[in-house]
Design a protein around this ligand. Structure first.
Ligand code: NAD
Ligand code: ZN
Ligand code: ZN
Length: 388
């Protein structure tokens, strides 16, 4: 089959690779019908993750049709059309019982290495996300092996087109978890930093939950304009204004009820330097985080879907303490939110596919990565379609 493989920083290629096969009784093999490129894939693409190997298959946002099911699979069967959460969870451990699926402690023995406290239990494996996250081949491919198929895949009604439901695999639940972590309810005010796919899905979910005022902060005018036109957000461009100052002025010198950091890790320097920083868990710039803490009101919430690694430089804990802030973040517990969000899509209350700017064949995936990474050609979100 053909699949998108990692060859090194800024070098991904569609290549012929062996077809995946059932390895465990509860695996399925999926024929991929649609897959998307995520901001999280950019961390890998830019060489920020140390545990990537030559030839690793990328991709954690994908859906398709079950081609083959292992003997222990009862949840889905051959021919079912399914979406697959990027988080691989067992459904049976301490954390899965608490619906903390991305903390599943049985699917990836290696993720404990990502925190300094030695001996801590690992979190879940993810598709196509380096050997720190389980080394599981991803779904930017014609076929993919899906482990834990009695937990992960969700059937979707045939009436909903692929692109309408595809973002249930990651960014829609991520935006929803971010909005819930921000404590958004009817009448809330929120400032979202980062108008990428995750920030946009957070804006959609903030509106769904009844947010009144939504500020959107970014440096790309085309992304800000889209957020304004689609979600009624008030745009703030970090290249032209100090977002926290503007937000404080516009909210009676209080600040917003909640802020969302949908930017995350932005280590500066060459891919090699940033990979080393990640490997040593040295973290990166905390510019977006500093702005968030400055823009939120006293007693407010700081919600962080953006991915960080290691300590952050110049993290203003004193301000956070003085303002009495609450923080929440982490990888998304996709399985927890997916059924509710699928219902909202079915009822027409959420239309996540409006953010798609590019449809490309899988064969042109490398170009998709390049334009999404460079924010060229007004790129917001790329969906790839395998041939056949
Ligand atoms: P993206 O790269 O398309 O979007 C990031 C946006 O942030 C860009 O538009 C960029 O211009 C903007 N930005 C950069 N610095 C900024 C600053 N200082 N202030 C305001 N905006 C700034 O990526 P995306 O797909 O939207 O993903 C965003 C983040 O969410 C990434 O870190 C990604 O890894 C993370 N993510 C987390 C989860 C999760 O489970 N928690 C899931 C998916 C993605
Ligand atoms: Zn993703
Ligand atoms: Zn588990």
């Amino acid at each position: 089959m053909f699949a998108l493989t990692y060859q090194g920083p800024f070098d991904v290629r569609v290549e012929r690779v062996p077809d995946p096969a059932i390895q465990e009784p509860d695996d399925v093999i999926l024929r991929v019908t649609a897959t998307a490129i995520c901001g999280s894939d950019l961390h890998l693409y830019r060489g920020k993750m140390p545990a990537m190997e030559h030839g690793d298959i990328l991709g954690h946002e994908f859906m398709g049709v079950v081609e083959e099911a292992g003997p222990a699979v009862t949840k889905v069967r051959k021919g079912d059309r399914v979406i697959v959460p990027f988080v691989i969870a067992c459904g049976e451990c301490f954390f899965c019982h608490r619906e903390l699926y991305s903390a599943c402690e049985t699917t990836n023995p290696d993720r404990g290495a990502l925190v300094h406290a030695k001996g801590i239990r690992s979190g879940a494996a993810f598709f196509g996300y380096s050997h720190l996250y389980g080394g599981i081949p991803g779904g930017q491919a014609e076929y993919v092996r899906v482990p834990k198929a009695n937990v992960g895949p969700f059937k979707v009604p045939g009436s909903l087109a692929d692109e309408r439901v595809l973002f249930l695999t990651d960014i829609l639940p991520t935006g929803y978890q971010a909005a819930l972590n921000a404590g958004i309810t009817r009448g809330s005010s929120v400032a979202i930093f980062g108008a990428g796919p995750v920030g946009l899905m957070t804006a959609a979910c903030a509106r769904l939950l009844g947010a009144d005022t939504v500020f959107m902060v970014d440096r790309h005018p085309y992304r800000l304009e889209f957020a304004q036109a689609t979600y009624g957000a008030i745009p703030l461009n970090i290249e032209k204004q100090d977002p926290a100052e503007e937000i404080i002025k516009a909210t009676g010198r209080r600040g917003v009820d909640a802020v969302v950091d949908a930017v995350g890790f932005e280590a500066k320097g060459s891919p090699v330097e940033t990979a080393m920083a990640w490997a040593k868990l040295e973290g990166g710039s905390s510019e977006a985080m500093r702005q968030c803490i400055a823009a939120v009101r006293r007693g407010g919430r700081v919600s962080v879907p953006g991915v960080y690694a290691g300590p952050l430089h110049a993290f203003p804990w004193g301000d956070a303490f003085e303002k009495g802030l609450s923080f929440a973040g982490g990888q998304t517990h996709v399985q927890k939110y997916l059924p509710d969000l699928l219902r909202h899509i079915g009822e027409g209350e959420l239309q996540p596919d409006v953010i798609i700017s590019h449809h490309l064949p899988l064969a042109e995936a490398a170009r998709g990565y390049e334009i999404f990474s460079k924010k060229e050609d007004n790129c917001r979100k790329v969906v790839l379609t395998p041939a056949g």
